[in-house]
Ligand binder design. Structure first.
Ligand code: TRP
Length: 345
């Protein structure tokens, strides 16, 4: 493992993050990623990507891939990522991601990738029959980040190991090519409420679009009525809302609901417990549902508007790809020189 981003790195502070082009975005995606992306715009130069090259490691339908990418882009914009201030683009539109990934394939070691728990989970007992792309997935992720010399990466807990690998690749590249501080060692930004949003039915399972029951999740496009029904039916216990954080111990479902309330209203957990401590869920749940609907309804409306206008969305994405290339291409040109590739004299 590598140390924190060394102070010797003199380049600009820059945020990079990405999401797969999946359909069915839910509250976990919103609170765990999008809401944070929006907030980080006030502090950093931000580059946000829709990672369709990563998506083909699991073979989505070619007829649907581009539209899924557009839909996630619409969610970024609807949630409040500003395409002018930040950069929003589709990964495959910037060819340098693939080019740098190849260079990094020659830097990363087999043993490093073999330790990746996400690969082990996804490949299961069929590692031999997995695609090389699935194995190299985290190498491409490192290329995404380092193609922009990003210093900070907002990710969920489950991506921490991939980020450590990015740091290892950056450090080994810098060392092998005798280019000290060429790449920064990117740091994760994980803190804050809403880091892990759990199923509404089982507090130990992550909220997921692949759960067969729709009652386990709040979709970003659910209306106020659906939200209220799902929150009312969410698992709790017969005790009232606790008055302090200690009272959340051993009550995973309650902890999840309180965490969601705090994250969606951008208040602290303590603050929520001060207001609702001692009250029953008959009071807490409708208030939570109302806060969720107040946050999500305008975003869902904006997503619908954007999805109905693919031309406008494509214009945003072309503009974003141009901005991304303007950063990526000079860095890739530097990498080519460091590696020693031919360049016409
Ligand atoms: N692997 C990430 C995920 O599944 C998505 C991703 C791809 C990403 N490239 C990235 C996240 C670069 C952060 C930075 O969530």
């Amino acid at each position: 493992m590598t140390d924190a981003a060394p102070p010797q790195y003199k380049g600009p502070q820059r945020v990079f993050s990405g999401m797969q082009p999946t359909n069915g975005l839910h509250l976990g995606n919103y609170l765990g990623a999008l809401q944070k992306f929006v907030r980080l715009q006030d502090q950093y130069e931000c580059i946000y990507c829709i990672v369709d090259l990563h998506a083909i490691t699991t073979g989505p339908d070619p007829k649907e891939l581009a539209n899924r990418s557009r839909e996630v882009a619409a969610a970024y914009v609807a949630a409040g990522v500003d395409p002018k201030r930040s950069t929003i683009f589709i990964q495959s539109a910037v060819r340098e991601h693939s080019e740098l990934a190849w260079v990094f394939n020659c830097v990363a070691r087999m043993g490093w990738l073999e330790r990746m728990t996400q690969f082990k989970d996804k490949a299961g007992s069929h590692a031999e029959r997995s695609s090389v792309g699935l194995f190299a997935y985290p190498v491409l992720q490192a290329a995404d980040i380092l193609l922009y010399k990003a210093t900070h990466v907002p990710v969920g807990e489950d991506q921490k190991q991939h980020l450590e690998l990015s740091r290892d690749i950056a450090a080994k590249f810098n060392k092998d090519y005798n280019a000290p501080n060429f790449f920064p060692l990117p740091e994760p930004l994980i803190q804050g409420p809403g880091a892990r949003i759990m199923s509404l039915r089982e507090g130990t399972k992550k909220m997921s679009k692949s759960d067969p029951s729709d009652m386990t999740r709040i979709n970003m496009t659910d209306d106020a009525d659906a939200i209220l029904q799902k929150i009312k039916k969410a698992t709790t216990d017969s005790l009232p809302v606790p008055e302090s954080k200690e009272g959340l111990a051993g009550r995973a479902e309650v902890e999840n609901l309180v965490g969601i309330f705090a994250a969606v209203t951008e208040r602290t957990v303590e603050d929520i417990l001060t207001e609702f401590g001692g009250k029953g869920f008959g009071v807490f749940k409708p208030a939570l549902a109302e806060a969720l609907a107040a946050k999500l309804s305008p975003i869902a409306a904006e997503m619908r508007r954007l999805n109905a206008d693919p031309g406008a969305l494509d214009a945003i994405l072309k503009y974003g790809a141009d901005k991304a290339r303007a950063v990526a291409q000079p860095i890739m040109a530097e990498v080519r020189d460091v590696v020693g590739f031919w360049r016409a004299g």
